[in-house]
Design a protein around this ligand. Sequence first.
Ligand code: C5P
Length: 220
Amino acid sequence: GEVPVICIDGPSASGKGTLASELAKRLGYHYLDSGALYRVTALAATRAGLSLDAEHEANIVRLIQTLNPRFDDGRIWLNGEDCGTAIRADDMGGKASQVSALPGVRAALLDLQRRAARLPGLVADGRDMGTVIFPQAPLKVFLTATPETRADRRHKQLMANGFDAKLSDLLADLQARDARDTQRSVAPLKPAEDAKPLDNSQLGIEESVQQVLSWWLALQ
Ligand code: C5P
């Protein structure tokens, strides 16, 4: 039968990952962190010495086919190496954004994402879950927060992971990434037509979880 899918899309550091993984836990569903796929791709391409642009697009696509990333409970292995921390470094966000603008890379990661939709259900977070990957999903949420709120959260997250960062640099980086993600020609960041907008600037995680759960229950 149909696998129920909930899509959580939105800009970087809007809290998608926290919300989506918490929803998955409450519902007993699988969780897809699609940004991690672009981050893993950027990490592997950087390590292979490839520039993250059209010049090496074909090489990066070939690299993806040999990567064989494994996901499980929010952890990610690349050829046996747990690379969950390496892909969270802040420069990997910008690099992921660069590789994600390459159409060949997006195409190469498409099936991997769709295969994540398994029973009893999936919560998927990213930029194009509702618009491109799971357009039939019954619930699509477009999660936003002000740039200042997001920069502040990213700052706390990086510090907690042992990375050093300046708030003003993070804000500038987020705004650059927003611009690139919304203006690119393939799968730009934008709400699906039937997406429910949710601004969580003033909400705690529990309030956001309850809002999405109530939308979900209303559909059952
Ligand atoms: O969500 P996260 O910050 O981990 O994503 C890293 C980058 O990967 C984003 O800035 C975005 O450019 C790209 N991405 C994407 N499509 C997705 C998920 C992430 O283009 N579905």
